[in-house]
Design a protein. Sequence first.
Length: 246
Amino acid sequence: MEDLVYRGIIIKQANYGDAHRMLWIFTETDGIIKAVRYGIRGKKTSNAAAFQLFSYGDFKLRPSRGEIMTAVSADVLDGFYPVSEDIKKLSLASYLADITYTLLGEANPDKRILALFLNAVYASSYKEVDLLKLKAVYELKLMSIGGYMPKLDVCSVCGGVGEYFSPERGTLVCRHHQVAGDTKTDDALVSLMRYISGCEDRKMLSFTVNDKALIERLNKITEKYVALHCDAEFKSLAYFYNIIEI
């Protein structure tokens, strides 16, 4: 079969056999696809850096009769090496990759989510950005794009004043209709959530918050929102929190 070229970023990887590596490449045209790079973990392998986690570029893949293609070569456009060289940035990027893969699945093209992920990795690599801020913004923006845009106006049950955020409903609720698991909000928190979920993707980090406690509260809401609607617990999230406390 003829080799095909896909532009994308390696979003996930795993060792395969004694010397090989399985790659999940988030591509522009076909979504997340699987390919194996044979012999990459061998002593005489060449071009190994091109097939590292978060490597972005043009990947030449050879189709097979099964779902898994063979990675032939890669022309790297950006290796995002500052992420790989910083354990805190790497742990966050790995978590963002996990939730993206879980929400989107394989073979579901979504250029907007791909651009969102690339922007997050780029910001982590080349900008001075607070990692907790980046985490919460990405979580909320991903959910908003992925079909879980929160409704942040009035209580979704009675139309009263929304004082709590319900991650299960994705809405505000009043004190009379809040249940266990809902989170108390205030004007500052709701305003921030409205901005993030509704702004242009490229402006998602274009705000300043000097209140560290507000960012921490936002994180608790957004990560709960992700976990609930992805129906998953992420080991990479626990690892990220362990790392940033060091």
